[in-house]
Design a protein. Structure first.
Length: 142
């Protein structure tokens, strides 16, 4: 049996929670050219939270320690798992993309009209909903 592909994606918010860091990858897939959380693949024998910290620094140049990432949700299908995380830091203002992908900070209020992956429109508001117990697990396995 082939192991599931595992990924992380994180949303770094400013302390007032009005702005969020997002990334647009330049690749050929259904979500190409749309903004999403900053993320990537989980390494072999790497914990998801550790991967989140590593990937975020690789993509943005800003180090957010693993202990500061809060589990938000896990999305599962028959082929993959994505672990979503949230962090809040003044360092969000210092984001500068590295490499070929585009990284920036965006007003949360503008996400619903912007070119974002559809799940961002419900994951971002979910992050600060006090009625929800985290992490939320969405299992799409048949």
């Amino acid at each position: 049996m082939t192991p599931l592909a595992q990924y992380v994606a994180g949303f770094l918010f400013t302390p007032d929670k009005t702005r969020v860091v997002l990334m647009r990858k330049h690749r050929a897939d259904p979500d190409a050219r749309l903004f999403n959380g900053v993320g990537g693949k989980i390494g072999l024998d790497e914990l998801p939270k550790t991967a989140m910290s590593r990937v975020f620094k690789e993509e943005t140049g800003v180090a957010i320690p693993a202990k500061e990432w809060m589990a938000l949700a896990r999305l599962e299908s028959y082929a993959f798992q994505v672990y979503f995380y949230v962090a809040v830091s003044e360092l969000a203002q210092e984001i500068q993309g590295k490499g070929e992908d585009e990284v920036g900070i965006f007003a949360v209020k503008d996400l619903f009209a912007g070119p974002v992956v559809p799940s961002v429109r419900w994951l971002v508001p979910l992050a600060f909903d006090s009625r929800v117990r985290f992490p939320v697990i969405f299992d799409g396995t048949p």
